[in-house]
Design a protein around this ligand. Structure first.
Ligand code: MN
Length: 253
């Protein structure tokens, strides 16, 4: 893949959705869209997961078992965060678009872009963005993750931040200092890697900015395991969970 081609995330999205919406993960697949094969370890987490039987937007499966990130993120946290919060956003999104022709047959990322332009569609934007952000967050972590990236991504981090330790400190500081609820992202912007903070449901893809990784710093992401110690949750993400292979895939070749 040449460096001018879109990353797998965006490329596959195009193939699947026939437009700029969709993703490698089938983020927010529409009912009827054929799902790509999922990792063999992908399972529905145990516990009370809210069924999302009605489309058109669907809750994507987790890429690992619900206890796979323990002890850094417990199965109990996943049961609420995925099974209640993430599922709830999908459910509310489906209710928000019901009967709205503007969103008929519109893939999730396209719905985010459309809704971002119209203040009247704030409920659609919030629930669509939260639906997409959470699927991206799950993929940003893996059991046995953390450490440092290698190859082109390592070189690019060094070029744009000076060294990996500086990137890590800046990312951790951004996540710790985010006021209220939101997300901390590693993005590719104008040819450079950068750290972005977004509040509430906001997402870089609403502005055409390409994310590589994300950390959810809403309190619901860590409170059951860490209570008010957000910094410990951030450290666990960076040291034990972050999925550099996913970031590399999003960086593209
Ligand atoms: Mn969340």
């Amino acid at each position: 893949m040449s460096k001018h081609e879109p990353s797998p995330l965006f490329h596959r999205r195009h193939v699947l959705a026939g437009g700029i919406a969709g993703s490698a993960l089938l983020l927010g697949a529409r009912a009827g869209a054929r799902a790509r094969s999922l990792p063999s370890e992908a399972v529905e987490p145990r516990g009370a997961i809210a069924p999302i039987a009605e489309g058109p937007y669907m809750l994507t499966p987790l890429p690992w078992k619900d206890d796979a990130l323990a002890p850094h993120i417990s199965a109990n946290t996943i049961s609420f965060h995925y099974g209640k919060h993430h599922a709830g956003y999908v459910d509310k999104l489906n209710k928000a678009v019901a009967g709205n022709k503007k969103y008929d047959e519109v893939a999730l990322t396209k719905a985010i872009e459309l809704a971002a332009k119209d203040p009247a569609d704030a409920a659609i934007f919030n629930n669509a963005a939260q639906t997409w952000n959470h699927t991206f967050f799950w993929a940003s972590m893996k059991p046995g993750g953390g450490g440092e990236p290698t190859g082109r991504l390592a070189d690019k981090l060094k070029a744009d931040f000076g060294d990996f330790a500086t990137f890590k400190k800046q990312f951790a500081d951004a996540a710790a200092s985010l006021f209220g609820s939101g997300w901390t992202w590693l993005v590719m912007k104008e040819g450079k890697l950068a750290i972005e903070k977004t509040s509430n449901a906001d997402t870089p893809i609403a502005r055409g900015v390409r994310p590589l990784l994300v950390l959810d710093v809403w309190e619901h992401a860590y409170y059951l395991d860490y209570q008010n110690k957000r910094a410990d949750f951030i450290a666990a993400y960076l040291d034990k969970l972050v999925n550099w292979e996913f970031a590399m895939e999003n960086l593209g070749g």
